[in-house]
Design a protein around this ligand. Sequence first.
Ligand code: SF4
Length: 698
Amino acid sequence: DSRDYDREVKSVCPYCGVGCQISYKVKDDRIAWVDGINGPANEGRLCVKGRFGFDYITHPHRLTKPLIRRKDAPEKGLNVDPANPWTHFREASWEEALEVAAHGLSDLRSYYGGKAVAGFGSAKCSNEEAYLFQKLIRQGFGHNNVDHCTRLCHASSVAALMENVGSGAVTATFNEIENADIAIVIGSNPIENHPVAATYFKQFAKRGGKLVLMDPRGMGLKRHAWRSLQFKPGTDVAMLNAIMNVIVEEKLYDRQYIEGFTEGFFEFRDHIRAFPPERMAELCGVPAETLREVAREFARARAGMIFWGMGISQHIHGTDNSRCLISLALLCGHVGRPGTGLHPLRGQNNVQGASDAGLIPMMLPDYQLVAEADNRELFKHIWKGTEIDAKPGLTVVEIMDAMYRGEIRGMYILGENPAMSDPDVEHARNAMAKLEHLVVQDVFLTETANYADVILPASAWAEKTGTATNTNRQVQMGRPAVSPPGEAREDWRIIVALARKLGLDWDYDHPREVFSEMKMSMRSLHHITWERLEREGAVTYPCLGPEDPGQAVVFGDGFPRRAGRAKFTPARVTPPAEIPDANFPMILTTGRQLEHWHTGSMTRRASVLDAVEPEANASMHPRTLAKLGIAPGDMFRITTRRGAIEIMARADRAVSEDMVFVPFAYVEASANVLTNPQLDPFGKIPEFKFSACRVERI
Ligand code: SF4
C-alpha cells in the first residue's frame, strides 16, 4: 500500500461471528485504516463494519477514568449524558473504584448470601476474559448465576444441538459450502448480519449450487437463490415438518445413514406423517408443490448444508425449530462429509468462545454440566478446592426477573448492555434501577452504565491481547494495535484486580497463563497452544495434532452422544406466544442492520457507519405503508402490550405485508421496549422475532 503507516498489527474484526482477520495500519499511535488479510474465514474480504468501524475507539465518549456514583446523584434512570455525566458520577482512582466495587458486592454476599449477586459476561471479550469472569462468579459467590448474550441469540439452537448431536458448535465451517450441491439458509439475512459469509454463499450460487432461502423477511440473497420461500412468521415447524414429510413418504431418506448413525427414527417417522404439505401449505404460506420440490432436491443432493440465524432461534419454539433442521440433515445423511453440515451462524465475534469458556449458567467450560459430580470435582481440583454449586444458575431474563423481585441485589456486568438488549426493556431498566449495587465494566457509558454505582473503564478489542473463537470453531489470536486511552485497562486485568479485592487468591500476569489453565479442563483446546496461535493466527477445533490446522467438518465417524448416534426429536407445531388480534393486528420483528451492531454503542460512534445510517428507522412493505397512509421518511408509532416507540418509516419489499421490522440499535426508539419476554422452555430464549403490534400514523 502506498499510504504511510508506522506499523501493522494483525488481529480479528470485533463485530460479527464470521471472525474476519484484519490488519490494523497504525500511524502516530492511532489506527489509520484497516485491511482484510488472509484468515481462514475471510481470505482477505471485509464488510463495511470491519473496514470502517474502528474509530469508535477514539470517540470523545470513551471512558478513561473509573467513575463512582455521586451520593447526591439524581435517582437512577436512563438520564445520564455520556458527554457530561458529572451530576451523576465523579472520577475516582482505580484503587478507590475497585474497593467500592468489591465492597458493595461482598457486603451483599455477607448479608444475603452469594446468590444475591449475579454476573453478565460478554461475547465481545476474549476467551480468557470470559473464562475469568465465570470463574469469578462461581468461585467468588458460590453459585452459577452467570450468563451472557448467547441466551438472547442461539441458546435454543445450542439446546437442540446438545440434545440431538451432542455438541453445540457447528458441524462444518461455512466455507464448506464450496463443496455442497445445495444449501438452505433459513431465518437468517447474512447479507446484513454475516456479510463476508454471504459472499461465499453468492459464489456457491454462481457456480451452480442450489441456494434455498427460507425467511419471512431478509431476502437479501434472493437474486442469488434457486428458490425463495417467504413463509408466514412463526410457522417454521409446520414448513420444515412438511418438507420432511415428503422425504419420509417418498422414501427419499438415507436409510443406511439413519441405521448407522442415528436413533429415534421410527417414532419420528410416525410423527412426521401428520404433516403433509397440502395441509401445511396454507398455514405456512408456501405452495405444497414448492415444499415438495425443495424436499426432493435436498434429499437427492450429493451434499447439502443448512445455515440458520436468529429467525430460527428467537422464538418460544426456537428449540423445536432447530430440532427440525437437525432432523432434516440427519434424514438425508447431510452431516459429517465435505459439503454437508449444520451451521447456526453465530452473532457476536466471540459468542462461540464465551460459551465454550463456560459463561453459561448450567455448564462449566467446554459444556461440562454443573449438575454432574465428576465435572465439579475436576474444577474443584483446578480451582484449588473451590466447591462448585451443583444447581444450574439463572439465565439472563430470569436474572432480570429475580432483580425485579429483589432476590438479586447486586450485579457485575461486563461489556453487555441489557438496558437496550433485553426483551421488554422497560422491565429490565426498572429491575436495574432497584439494584443496591451495580458494577459496570465497559468502554462507553452505555445505557446500562446509566444505572451503575461504579463504572470501570475497559479496553476495546483493538487494545487488547486475547483469543476469540468464531462461528467456524476457529480460535484466533487478537493483538493490540494501540493502548487503551487514559486510565482504561484491559478487561482481564480488571477482572483479576476485582477478584483479588473480593478475596480470591488469583495470580495471572498474562492472558497466556489463563489460556494454559483453560486447557486443563477444555478438551476442545487439545493441540491448540498460545504459541501456535501467535504463529499461525488461527487453529480450528477439534485439532488432531500439533501440525493439524483443525477439522473443518466433524462427526463423520459418529456423534459425541450415547453409542455415537445422533437423535431425531419430533417437533410439534405451537403458535407464537402472542397472536395478532383486532387491537394489535400486525407482527413486530427485530434484528440488526448492516451498519449498526447490536445496541449501537460502538457503531453509532464509528464516524463512517454513523454517517451512512444516522437515524432510527423501521421497515414495512410499500403496500403496507400505502394502506396505513404512511410515506417513507414519515415518523410513525408502533405499540405493543409492553410499550410504544416513534420511529421513521422505510419501505422494504423484503418485509412481509403483515410485518414491521425494527433494528434494536437505536436508544431513541428502542425496539426492545416493544418485544415479548416470553421464553422458549428449553433454551430460555425470548421471542424477539414475533410480537403482536399496532402501527399508526402520527
Ligand atoms: Fe467483521 Fe463480520 Fe464484517 Fe467480517 S463479516 S468484517 S467479521 S462484521
